[in-house]
Design a binder for this molecule. Structure first.
Ligand SMILES: NC(=O)c1ccc[n+]([C@@H]2O[C@H](COP(=O)([O-])OP(=O)(O)OC[C@H]3O[C@@H](n4cnc5c(N)ncnc54)[C@H](O)[C@@H]3O)[C@@H](O)[C@H]2O)c1
Length: 245
């Protein structure tokens, strides 16, 4: 098992990529703390526990500094450490530049950028005390390439890559690594509103001519969260079927 006895917090673990990460990490021996607003995270945790793993669900928004700090302190008290933080929670509010409202801009910045900042800030003292930590955050290939209708989202995902590089230099001396993952188009609820004809165009544009499933992305998180990635920090691992090259 690649994460035996590790304590891992997965934000946005109630569905999609975060659910796949939670289930895979539990299978690899981690105790998984799912932090999400969607109550179905409780079912994900129940499923993990009933198949022999360890998981708990906590209803929390990554944008709520006090709630995040309270949860992380509780987990650290209960288990004596936090080894892994997966900053996966994210949202979209797509609109072209001139039509995008300030509310749409703020909502995406709040979750995808400030949420990642708040969770990492809250976990850092616990990881420093243990001289061990793996921080892996959700970027996107949109953060590298831009995308039509995603000014807000692209800005946050580029920001996640830049924050990870910054934490690499700030936290490396404490045995903490910080990396980002940049998935391409992945089949989850986040993309289920995309019209069929647009979907065919997306598929055709990917060199591997298929889209990712959540588990394809979860394997990248597993590597960067594991001891095997001891000497890997400040990278953005692109998992997008060859689209970004
Ligand atoms: N699906 C894709 O094509 C794709 C591509 C690149 C990057 N990503 C990124 O991967 C991550 C996961 O995406 P997904 O496709 O699984 O999305 P999803 O919408 O299926 O899941 C996102 C999860 O985050 C949770 N969440 C949203 N706001 C939250 C908040 N304030 N506090 C706590 N939890 C919150 C949601 O409740 C949900 O469970 C996101 O950061 C996304 O931007 C996804």
């Amino acid at each position: 098992m690649r994460l035996k006895d590790k304590i891992a917090i997965v934000t946005g673990g109630s569905r999609g990529i975060g659910q796949a990460v939670s289930e895979l990490f539990a299978k690899e021996g981690a105790t998984v703390i799912i932090a999400d607003l969607l109550p179905q995270g409780q079912q994900v945790a129940n499923g993990i526990n009933s198949s022999g793993g360890n998981a708990e669900f906590h209803s929390v928004s990554v944008t709520d500094k006090a709630a995040v700090e309270k949860l992380f302190a509780h987990i650290n008290d209960k288990y004596g450490k936090i080894d892994i933080l997966i900053n996966n929670a994210g949202i979209t509010r797509d609109r072209t530049l001139e039509k995008m409202s300030e509310d749409e801009w703020d909502a995406v910045i709040d979750v995808n950028l400030k949420g990642v900042f708040l969770c990492t800030q809250a976990v850092a003292p616990f990881m420093k005390a243990n001289k061990y930590g793996r921080i892996v955050s959700a970027a996107s290939n949109v953060g590298l390439r831009g995308n039509f209708g995603q000014t807000n989202y692209a800005a946050t995902k580029a920001g996640v890559i830049a924050m990870s590089k910054t934490w690499t230099v700030e936290l490396g001396r404490y045995g903490i690594t910080a990396n980002a993952i940049a998935p391409g188009f992945t089949m989850t609820d986040m993309v289920d509103k995309i019209p069929e004809e647009h979907f065919a165009t997306i598929k055709a544009s990917i060199p591997l001519k298929t889209v990712a499933q959540a588990i394809d992305i979860a394997y990248g998180y597993l590597y960067l969260a594991s001891d095997e990635a001891r000497f890997v920090s400040g990278i953005c691992l692109t998992i997008d079927g060859g689209t970004s090259r």
